[in-house]
Design a protein. Structure first.
Length: 236
């Protein structure tokens, strides 16, 4: 994928902007459907990062991705500045954990967005794009399934930095394995020699790192360790 600031595809950027708007507003649909607060947060999380994982495949120019993200951010900030709308304020209040300050989600979102754009820059090459996709699918499926399974069904509890469950950690393992498998399949790498043991090793390490993560830092540590493992196992 090239990076060219002189050739902006405005039609593609506007379509991407609409996709971002629909994706973010999915949480309001979840609320209307009567989902619990933690379900809104986690399902919205899964939808957002799934879209992010595949976003680059619809662009030829990395600059177009940055343009569409900045357009969305500008629109959301404008709507948030209107007292009658308070767009981002409502989202952060709705999606923050019950026991935590909504500002924590705000700073976490900023950090995650910056991480996404940085990873895109380093893995924009077509041969490396599978790493970016896997990293953000693990955010969706690995971290997402961990809470979706662990919170309602977790019975065997343990605590390192925050309370988790064995069932949730197993779900993180399964979700991470599925995420890496999908990424490799999309990039026609699923038939490479030794691919299955590499997927399992990545999933095991991912589940361990998620279990050791401090509070919300799994949003950085899980994709980070996925990037590291895939680079070591498939590139070097």
């Amino acid at each position: 994928m090239e990076f060219n600031i002189t050739q902006v595809d405005w039609v593609r950027d506007i379509i991407a902007l609409l996709v971002i708007i629909v994706t973010v507003n999915s949480i309001f649909v979840l609320k209307a459907l009567g989902c619990k607060r933690w379900q809104i947060r986690k399902i919205g999380h899964m939808i957002l990062f799934t879209v992010a994982a595949f976003f680059p495949y619809f662009f030829n120019n990395l600059f177009d991705i940055y343009v569409s993200v900045l357009l969305a951010l500008g629109l959301f900030l404008f709507l948030s500045a209107i007292p009658q709308v308070q767009y981002l304020q409502r989202i952060f209040k709705m999606c923050s954990r019950e026991e935590r300050n909504p500002w924590e989600l705000f700073f976490n979102s900023i950090f995650t967005s910056i991480t996404l754009l940085v990873l895109l820059w380093f893995f924009k090459d077509e041969a490396l794009l599978f790493i970016f996709t896997a990293a953000y699918l693990t955010m969706s499926l690995g971290d997402g399934l961990g809470e979706m399974i662990g919170r309602p069904f977790g019975r065997i509890k343990y605590k390192i930095f925050s309370e988790k469950s064995l069932e949730g950690s197993l779900a993180v393992f399964v979700g991470t394995a599925i995420a890496v498998t999908i990424s490799l399949a999309v990039n026609s790498m699923i038939m490479l020699p030794g691919v299955w043991w590499k997927i399992l090793v990545t999933a095991v390490v991912g589940a361990i790192v998620e279990a050791l993560s401090y509070k919300f830092l799994d949003n950085a540590t899980l994709p980070g360790i996925t990037v590291l493992m895939l680079y070591l196992l498939f590139v070097l």
